[in-house]
Write a protein that binds this ligand. Sequence first.
Ligand code: UGA
Length: 436
Amino acid sequence: MSEQKDTVGVIGVGWVGLVTAACFAELGHPVIARDILQEKVDALSKGDVAIHEPGLDDLIRRNAERLTFTTDMDELLGGARLLFVCVDTPPTYSGDADLSRVRAVVQELPEDSDHVLIMKSTVPAGTGESIRRDMPGLSYVSCPEFLKEGTAVKDFMNPDRVVVGADAGDEGAAAAVESLYRPLGGEILRTDVASAEMIKLASNAFLATKISFINEIANVCEEVGADVGQVAKGMGLDERIGTSFLRAGIGYGGSCFPKDVSALKMLAGNTGYHFQLLTAVIEVNELQKRRVVGKLEKHLGSLIGKRVALLGLAFKPDTDDMREASSLVLAARLQGEGAEVVAYDPVASERAAELLGSVEMATSATEALEGADAAVLVTEWGEFAELDWAAAAGRMNRALIVDGRNFLDPKALTEAGFEYEGIGQTVSSPRPAAAS
Ligand code: UGA
């Protein structure tokens, strides 16, 4: 007879909650997932997954029998002891994390509960301690989430590490969380709650710092005629540095890095400590998107009346997430300069259209490029590598491209008739023949 696995409770079925619910169901756990939005619960109960995350809808369909979606907190509390909190913690006007949704969940829990509250939402260090103070009867574990959008299912099933933070008295609760993750392999790191909270913020802030660092190196490469791709490779071969997150481009976006870097900066600031490095990381990221305008002006002069095609709108490929996408800033900036902006994204167009009201949406890259004075590759979707660029050059008013992700082959694009601008690379012209 197969062993009955613990029921897992999930509170908040946004992107993190849904991946967590689907993956635990795949591991054989009955899962009860609760959200306050009835439409979302109804759609998920029918197997309709509104977000684009590779492999997720398959997982939900395959494990439908083990997955219950509900709006009823009592149903959740009655059926599951281990409760993963996966509600969002967006930034407030002050840049701090907004904990109102986390607080609302905690208020719904019974005070003498034998439930274990497992915090997956990204919260500032100190949050766990304050929840434990308010609810001394509740077991509390911090288990930060390290999934990447676009590869979340794969990341969940093959974690680099699982961090389980618990304070004195909650050892049993921590052990229960560890045993949920043990079948996945990967190192399980036991820490106290505050350290687990800091690991999450520090990891995202460090990755964002790597990106802003390489973007500044790219900007210097442009000045001195070096190629940032070669520089990043040469740096990354030093195993203390590593090759990942050294792709120069037009900056990081998404629902995590901008919010978490700011939240860590504010967390430090609130204690009286000025985290200077993060101030620079944020500023570099802001300015990086704007450099595209200068690159276009270098070739076109004034952008007034120029038609610019944005290729890719989502904050990165394989997601339809538009939160803090570089495309939003870029579109507004280009329109601010008087350009006419047309845009295309393979999956995010619908979401993008709601945010980019005055931008014309094309239904294909080819349509976006028709008659354009320039193209900007904003998001490195695979299909852009497959495009017939020579044909595209023929249909554009001027075959100029700014490759904001250094994704395309400059030589191939130049041969296809394009004036090519990347980030941190100078497309070399042949050395003049020596005078005889
Ligand atoms: C990020 C972290 O990578 C995850 O570990 C973390 O769990 C997640 O935030 C979170 O806190 O929930 P994600 O936002 O999905 O994941 O995206 P990343 O793949 O990390 O990319 C973030 C941004 O950085 C994208 O805009 C991407 O284009 C940019 N990026 C990434 C670069 O500009 N250069 C690089 O070398 C890498």
